[in-house]
Design a protein. Structure first.
Length: 253
């Protein structure tokens, strides 16, 4: 059963709070049982981090929560020693919220494609003699903007997080062939595009595959950066010579 995004987000936040609280409870219990062994603020912070990281695995949170839980309290203590003004924390939280807008609700976070990926996608678009290109989750426009600059084709991008959207929109302001929409990629219709590009996450690939089959025209090309669609046979896989050795999975619809 697929839960609504809001419910998933709430469950994620509640799980994170439960894990941190249980980590604290374990730490205080150990310190109470053996005050000599578990003495000292830093030692306690590390025990709390370790307990929280283990509990996060037990509660089956995604693996990236493990380092977050491990480092949360020790990092908070290090930051306190710096005596930074409190408004700075508020600004950092606001900036993170503007960049990672939907991540808590289950959206894919921001990772940027390299310029080599943008170059390879442009070459594929040229090979296809495409007239219309869609970028699902455009980030700061790492692929959409160079493509729109390079070729006079229609480039439509979707980006939901406010700050990346603003950056892409400002990069596109002098490109009449490019547009960026601040709506969810799940609400767009892919019927009018010759090539569609996405760099998202393994978690959404099945759902995205269903959308591609439902909406894209037969003969059009879907390119997924880094993540294949489970069970699908790609027409080709392009390996890029960048730091991540990114793979572009190309599917003919
Ligand atoms: C891994 S980044 C890729 C960014 C860009 N395409 C690139 O290749 O550099 C994924 C982007 O998708 C955006 N995103 C995630 N879910 C989205 C949704 N439902 N609607 C629109 N954008 C979304 C995120 O905000 C993030 O910027």
């Amino acid at each position: 059963m697929i839960e609504p995004a809001g419910t998933t987000g709430l469950i994620t936040v509640v799980k994170a709070l439960v894990v941190q609280t249980l980590g604290l409870t374990v730490t205080f219990t150990l310190a109470w049982i053996s005050p000599v062994l578990f003495h000292g603020t830093w030692r306690l912070a590390l025990i709390q981090g370790t307990s929280a990281a283990l509990l996060s695995t037990v509660l089956r949170q995604p693996y990236w929560w493990v380092p977050i839980h491990f480092l949360f309290l020790p990092m908070a203590m290090i930051m306190l020693t710096l005596h930074l003004p409190s408004w700075l924390y508020l600004i950092i939280v606001l900036l993170l919220a503007l960049v990672f807008w939907g991540t808590v609700k289950g959206d894919v976070p921001l990772f940027l494609s390299s310029s080599a990926v943008a170059g390879a996608v442009t070459a594929l678009v040229e090979l296809e003699h495409a007239n219309a290109f869609a970028d699902l989750g455009a980030g700061v426009g790492s692929v959409a903007v160079p493509l729109a600059q390079h070729r006079a084709i229609r480039v439509d991008a979707w980006e939901r997080a406010p700050l990346p959207w603003l950056i892409t929109a400002s990069r596109c302001r002098k490109l009449p062939n490019a547009s960026v929409k601040r709506t969810s990629l799940w609400d767009c219709n892919l019927a009018g595009y010759d090539v569609v590009f996405a760099f998202l996450s393994p978690a959404v690939m099945l759902k995205l595959g269903e959308k591609v089959v439902r909406e894209m025209r037969p003969g059009s090309l879907f390119i997924s950066s880094s993540f294949p669609i489970p069970g699908w046979q790609s027409e080709s896989i392009v390996t890029i010579a960048d730091k991540r050795c990114t793979k572009l999975f190309c599917y003919r619809v």
